[in-house]
Design a protein around this ligand. Structure first.
Ligand SMILES: Nc1nc2c(c(=O)[nH]1)N[C@H]1C(S)=C(S)[C@@H](COP(=O)(O)OP(=O)(O)OC[C@H]3O[C@@H](n4cnc5c(=O)[nH]c(N)nc54)[C@H](O)[C@@H]3O)O[C@H]1N2
Ligand SMILES: Nc1nc2c(c(=O)[nH]1)N[C@H]1C(S)=C(S)[C@@H](COP(=O)(O)OP(=O)(O)OC[C@H]3O[C@@H](n4cnc5c(=O)[nH]c(N)nc54)[C@H](O)[C@@H]3O)O[C@H]1N2
Ligand SMILES: [Mo]
Length: 904
């Protein structure tokens, strides 16, 4: 047996190789005081409170490795006294409030258990604090220099923002940059707050004192006035962090990461953990709004519903079912999305339903289905821990998926090779072995360049290609056109870098591809996904244990799920095509109505139809299309041309301002259901607080609209909606709320209630009709927009860490203090050329519109390129972007717009 046998107080225990004596003591069922130790971190051995005797020597158990045959003593009086003295010495330097009777800190608990009272704390205090940051406050008087926060920041988050300064008893934690915390590199993941044992670092406000150490002791979903806890899943990005929400008096007091979260493992980010201030914003919608004489006025639900029902009946009467469309929400639950598409198909009788996957990873759905047969990432994220080379393409996980970004970075710090392909010097690029900086829109050429090197240097897996793939001859022929020099001309990536990157990926034992919108949001986004997939197929690094396949970092909390549930114009729940008679019959048997056989409109086609006066009613559920869809001026025209626009919203978004009826709805912290995260795991979402005023969840709102139209959608509860979905979609047949409550996260496909879901796909055969992976031979074609004399710069748009998409939630709370405006990054050379000063207000113009932004001069972007976010609708970034879109899926070309910059 691997590991070691040791003896603790006369009892034999077995611990794994490399375990510490502390682990051995715990395995024997004994406890020791610890202050500098946290299971998530490397041991420090600095607090000396876990002293034991090992073969006669007194040692700190946390830093002493267990070795076979060692005899450990913990329970003698002198050892107890030594440990108590160590704790008492630490406590004595602190002011008495550190041990006050109501202090909930780990140290105060420990002292109480050892009989060390507040009088033992005799420190003078007066070292001051730092309350510059909205979410992280430092009280230097309580710091015991245990270094847990510093290790958390380095070993879990990977930001290295904190350090210990001073000497001896005066040592305290401080931001490494010196100066105020808010000015430091801190990205407010909350890890330091979470691990601090004394309350020196806390979250201010009602969260003070609530740490993940004490949270599990709170009652589950208890009485509304007491502090209760609710386990749920984060509603921001697609990582799907498991969270524990503490609520008091119907309001969220704190959100903490769950240690057993399959992806987050006790970690979180600035949004999931802290950005819940929007819940109680005075701007939250609490009553339905109805447009009267040009103004939106509060009305009761009955009146709003009556108006919607009459409007929908009138639209169907005048233009038929296909004159009605709905945009369903990737922020909403699976059950809500299921209900929206069922409403459209069953009550209205149209397939005109889509979701923001259209704007995001629809090319992934199309591309991965064509290459491998399933519309999802190919592996469980856990497998990344075994990868020895990461190829991160067109993704900025450090900002957009921080918990994944942190895990990727830790993998690299522990020795995995890293190739980053991104035009910008994104966070991970600073740690890359090779950073490829292609011109925006040239991915397909770049991937072909890499593929050609793999083949030319004999790095392809010939057996895999023979047994499990098709399309090699066509691809090989195409690749003749992509020698490194030509690829260098197209992409701007030096040939030597291309070769170096291909060798790293090609020679790795277990390479991994992780990618983002830099691949999909292009005129040829689907070709990009397919040519990127080629690399994994050539290496045999997908569907085998030799790699972590091809994995998109899906965007919204439930964008995978919204599509899985059939909120798509061409697919029913579970990706059966609406054009397939057998698929329709299956749905018809469950729903008892005929399902329309013709695919419906995609989002951009809905707007075009509205402008052409063919669309008579549009229901927009949780997407701020006027702020986040491209060519926003024309989106607003479309809404204004449509006779009935209904909007389900938390706030009066740009889109809601154009609506005829606005329904106030609940957000993720206020509702019941499930989300599917980026690695296809279903996870439960549970209400931690009630929605404000008359707001209802989208689930109830859709039921209410159906009822107002005289229809009954069945599935009265979210649980029964998921159950019904499983009857239509075999891939989800084994899932249920009950099972998820019992087991936690379950990946799909999960056809059987008695078997686990498949975290890793394609291990026996691919899900394509012939069971093989399909290499694609699509030639490189240029992007839709190119710079010229009038618009000389290429604008790339994307994300910043503190804000989320339209910013509707993150702008209403402390995150605004961390990042107050949309900023335009431009290279110093361009700043000189266009006379732009750092911090100046600039006007950006494209062929489609104009925006106003604050300039930031930065080498993060390459010369000739600018980058900005779209988190502040008032800055108007999406008035600039064009209606060019992926030729296969209509995903907008958000990543390439030709612009010019002027100072006012
Ligand atoms: N903080 C925060 N997190 C978020 C979001 C948010 O708004 N804020 N939104 C969520 C959503 S909906 C999504 S979809 C995800 C998106 O997550 P990501 O895909 O990581 O986000 P982006 O910043 O849009 O784009 C990623 C990168 O693509 C690069 N890129 C642009 N063009 C090209 C190209 O031609 N080739 C290559 N190789 N790279 C290119 C850009 O420089 C950028 O760094 O994030 C999710 N998480
Ligand atoms: N220029 C540029 N534009 C982009 C992108 C880009 O990279 N560049 N990325 C695109 C991408 S990938 C995406 S996914 C889109 C995202 O665009 P959107 O989906 O429009 O953005 P969000 O801000 O996530 O959410 C939209 C609205 O949903 C509301 N909301 C939140 N939760 C709920 C809920 O449970 N129910 C309801 N009914 N409403 C809710 C919020 O208040 C918000 O107003 O943006 C796209 N736009
Ligand atoms: Mo997205």
């Amino acid at each position: 047996m691997i590991g070691c046998e040791i003896e603790v107080d006369g009892t034999g225990v077995h611990v794994p190789e490399g375990a510490s004596l502390l682990a051995a003591v715990r395995a024997a069922g004994a406890e020791l005081p610890t202050l500098c130790s946290d299971d998530r971190l490397s041991p420090a051995g600095s607090c000396r409170t876990c002293l034991v005797r090992a073969d006669g020597r007194t040692v700190a158990a946390c830093v002493t490795p267990a070795a076979s045959g060692v005899r450990v003593e913990t329970a003698t009086d002198d050892l107890r006294q030594l440990r108590r003295d160590a704790v008492a010495v630490i406590a004595s330097a602190l002011p008495s409030r550190a041990l006050a009777d109501d202090n909930p800190s780990e140290l105060a608990h420990l002292c109480r258990s050892l009989g060390i009272g507040p009088e033992a704390a005799q420190g003078a205090g007066g070292r001051g604090g730092d309350d510059s940051h909205p979410y992280v406050h430092l009280d230097r008087d309580l710091c015991i220099a245990c270094g847990r926060c510093v290790r958390m920041c380095a070993e879990v988050q990977g930001t290295f923002a904190l350090t210990l300064v001073g000497r001896g008893a005066d040592t305290v934690v401080a931001p490494g940059t010196g100066g105020a915390w808010v000015e430091s590199d801190c990205v407010a993941c909350g890890g330091c707050v979470d691990t601090c044992p004394t309350g020196a670092i806390t979250e201010p406000g009602p969260a003070r004192g609530l740490t993940s150490g004490i949270l599990p002791q709170l009652p589950l979903g208890g009485a509304p006035t007491a502090t209760a806890r609710t386990p749920t899943t984060c509603g921001y990005c697609g990582v799907g962090c498991a969270l524990e929400v503490a609520a008091r008096d119907g309001e969220v007091a704190a959100v903490l990461p769950a240690r057993d979260g399959p992806v987050n493992q006790g970690h979180a980010c600035v949004k999931g953990r802290f950005a819940h201030g929007y819940l109680t914003s005075p701007e939250r919608l609490t009553r339905p709004l109805l447009r009267r004489a040009g103004h939106l006025e509060p009305v009761g639900w009955d009146e709003a519903l009556g108006h919607i029902a009459r409007g929908l009946h009138a639209a169907v009467g005048a233009g038929g079912p296909d004159s009605v469309a709905a945009i369903s929400s990737a922020r909403a639950t699976n059950e809500e999305n299921y209900l929206v598409q069922k409403f459209m198909r069953v009550v209205i009788g149209t397939n005109n339903v889509d979701n923001c996957s259209r704007l995001c990873h629809s090319p992934s759905a199309a591309g991965l289905t064509a290459s491998f047969g399933f519309s999802g990432g190919t592996d469980s994220f856990d497998d990344v821990e075994r990868a020895d080379c990461l190829l991160v393409v067109g993704a900025n996980p450090v900002e957009a998926h921080p918990v994944v970004g942190a895990r990727l970075l830790q993998r690299v710090l522990r020795g995995a090779k890293l190739v980053v392909a991104d035009p910008r010097a994104v966070g991970l690029a600073l740690h890359a072995d090779v950073h490829l900086r292609p011109r925006p829109g040239t991915n397909v050429a770049l991937f072909h360049g890499l593929a050609r090197v793999l083949l030319a240097e004999g790095l392809a897996d010939e057996e895999f290609l023979r047994e499990r793939a098709t399309g090699l001859p066509e691809l090989t022929e195409l690749l003749d056109d992509y020698p490194p020099d030509r690829v260098a001309d197209i992409t701007g990536v030096p040939a030597a870098d291309l070769v170096a990157a291909a060798r790293l990926y090609g020679r790795a034992e277990r390479p991994a591809i992780v990618y983002g919108l830099g691949v999909t949001e292009h005129l040829h986004g689907t070709d990009g996904v397919r040519s990127l997939s080629n690399l994994a197929i050539l290496r045999g690094a997908v569907g085998t244990d030799r790699g972590y396949g091809v994995n998109p970092l899906r965007g919204q909390n439930n964008v995978q799920g919204a599509s899985d549930m059939g909120a798509l114009p061409d697919f029913l729940p579970g990706y059966g095509k609406v054009t397939d008679t057998a698929v329709r019959s299956r749905a018809e048997a469950v729903w008892g109505v005929r399902v329309p056989p013709r695919p419906g409109l995609r989002i951009p086609d809905m707007f075009a139809a509205a402008r052409a006066r063919e669309l008579r009613a549009l229901w927009v559920i949780g997407e701020d299309v006027c702020a986040t869809d491209p060519d926003a001026n024309r989106v607003a025209q479309a809404l204004d041309a449509c006779p009935l626009v209904v909007c389900n919203e938390l706030f009066l978004s740009e889109t809601a301002r154009h609506a005829d009826v606005v329904l106030p709805v609940a957000s993720w912290l206020e509702k019941d259901g499930t989300f599917v995260n980026f690695d296809r795991r279903f996870q439960r979402v549970r209400p931690a607080v009630p929605p404000p005023g008359e707001a209802r969840c989208d689930f109830d709102a859709v039921h209410a609209v159906a009822a107002a139209m005289g229809a009954d959608l069945g599935c009265a509860t979210p649980a029964s909606a998921l159950a019904e979905c499983g009857r239509l979609a075999p891939a989800f047949a084994g899932l249920s709320h009950d099972r998820l409550d019992r087991q936690g996260a379950i990946p799909w496909p999960c056809p059987d209630p008695d078997r686990q879901g498949e975290a890793k796909l394609h291990t026996e055969s691919f899900a394509t009709p012939d069971g093989r992976a399909h290499l694609a031979a699509a030639p490189y074609l240029p992007p839709g927009e190119r710079p010229d004399d009038d618009y000389p710069l290429v604008m790339v748009t994307g994300r910043r860490w503190a804000h989320y998409n339209s910013g509707s939630m993150t702008r209403r709370g402390g995150n605004l203090a961390l990042d107050p405006v949309d900023v335009l990054d431009l290279h110093p050379d361009d700043a000189i050329r266009y006379h732009v000063r750092n911090g100046a207000q600039v006007t950006v113009e494209s062929r489609h519109g104009r925006a106003r932004l604050i300039a930031r001069v930065s080498e993060q972007t390459a010369p000739g390129q600018v980058f900005c976010s779209f988190h502040f609708p008032t800055s108007g970034v999406n008035r600039l972007t064009s209606d060019h879109a992926d030729t296969v899926t209509s995903c907008p070309e958000y990543k390439v717009t030709a612009v010019r910059v002027a100072t006012p």
